[in-house]
Design a protein around this ligand. Structure first.
Ligand SMILES: Cc1ncc(COP(=O)(O)O)c(C=O)c1O
Length: 369
């Protein structure tokens, strides 16, 4: 593939810190995880950060630590990665989907109240593609009905909503660091919160329910092995050291695409953000009705440009159809977005030449589709 969809940005500092861990012989439960947690908490301006081995395990612990369980309902978006809904099912609660705003592709707050019942316990908004969800309205509804809020910020580290870092509004937020994310730890995630007790519960549950590390065979809670290892944390520390530079570079790449694709007929570029700051995770265009997306993808592939439809609606995933009986038409905005979106190559080190090549091949594909 000449131009892959995503690539991590790994430099000498990452290698240096990973070698430091290897030389130390402390490969798990050590200083790098603590340092990474401190760096994330300081960067986001929150009290606590609890590092875990994936965004999914972070979401699971946040749901569980808030006491959400069997019979409860949690409102969330069907236009997301499946983990933002699965984390509710892990605790035998029920995801209740609310459709998205067709422009921002985030949960539409004006649709939330109609879905609240006596069983509703929480809202999980997703900051899709690094675009802040409408947190003021979501938090107002949560306060009015006494609901908890877990921000799925897995795609949004560094995004700002009304001048404040995304991840600081709800009871907890979760970030993820898979290699396609803005910064990576290989596999990894972090739960952030201003609640010491919530953080304490997550720390215990990520470590087999231990009360603390010194009491190795004393398990106070049902727990898991969701620990982040020291090698992953070392990678995370090196990436956090230059997160501003990484995010600025991604913004520049997005700007280069905007300039070249803004006038291309049949292609809609990402909706401009007003008053907020996106953290660019992926670059997702929308194709006009009548353009055959499969053909576009095939043409891109034949010319060695990677692309992917982002996302398939969660309610139409086979497991959700089988379990809950969902079918087409349930969430029209989500389905319309899902059938027209296409993620094109997007990463820090994308060169001007590669951008020009992607745009040329895409323009050819769209004109023929
Ligand atoms: C919106 C969203 N939620 C949750 C996750 C899960 O994160 P992870 O893959 O680290 O488990 C992701 C990651 O792709 C995501 O994009």
């Amino acid at each position: 593939m000449i131009v892959p969809l995503s690539l991590p940005d790994i430099g000498l500092r990452e290698r240096e810190l990973i070698n430091e861990v290897l030389d130390s012989n402390t490969l798990s439960i050590g200083p790098k995880v603590m340092l990474f947690e401190r760096m994330v908490a300081e960067y986001l301006g929150v009290r606590e950060a609890v590092a875990v081995n994936s965004g999914t395990s972070g979401l699971h612990l946040a749901v569980r630590a808030l006491g959400i369980g069997g019979g409860d309902e949690v409102i969330t978006s069907p236009f997301s990665f499946v983990a933002s809904s699965n984390c509710i099912l892990f605790e035998r609660a029920r995801p209740v989907f609310v459709d998205i705003d067709p422009l921002t592709l985030n949960l539409d707050p004006s649709e939330i109240e109609a879905k609240i019942t006596s069983k509703t316990r929480a809202i999980i908004p997703v900051h899709v593609f690094g675009r802040p969800a409408d947190m003021d309205n979501i938090m107002d509804i949560a306060k009015k009905f006494g609901l908890a809020v877990i921000e799925d910020a897995c795609e949004a580290i560094g995004a700002q909503y009304h001048g404040k870092m995304v991840g600081s509004a709800g009871n907890a937020a979760v970030f993820a660091f898979y290699p396609n994310k803005q910064i990576t730890t290989g596999e990894g995630g972090v739960i952030v919160t201003n609640s010491n007790s919530l953080a304490g519960m997550c720390r215990s549950m990520r470590n087999q329910g231990r009360s603390d590390v010194s009491s190795w065979f004393n398990h106070c809670h049902l727990g898991y092995n969701y620990r982040m290892d020291e090698l992953s944390a070392a990678l995370g520390v090196a990436q956090m050291e230059r997160i501003d530079e990484i995010l600025a570079r991604r913004e520049a790449v997005a700007g280069a695409y905007h300039a070249r694709l803004g006038m291309l007929k049949g292609v809609t570029i990402p909706y401009p953000e007003a008053g907020n700051k996106m953290s660019w995770f992926v670059y997702v265009i929308q194709l006009a009705p009548g353009i055959n997306r499969d053909y576009v993808m095939k043409y891109l592939h034949e010319n060695e440009v990677d692309s992917r439809p982002y996302f398939q609606p969660i309610h139409l995933q086979p497991f959700y159809r089988d379990t809950f009986g969902y079918s087409e038409g349930a969430y029209p905005n989500t389905e319309a977005a899902a059938s027209s979106t296409l993620a094109i190559p997007f990463f820090n080190k994308l060169t001007e030449q590669q951008i020009d090549y992607v745009v040329k091949v895409l323009a050819e594909a769209v004109s023929r589709a």
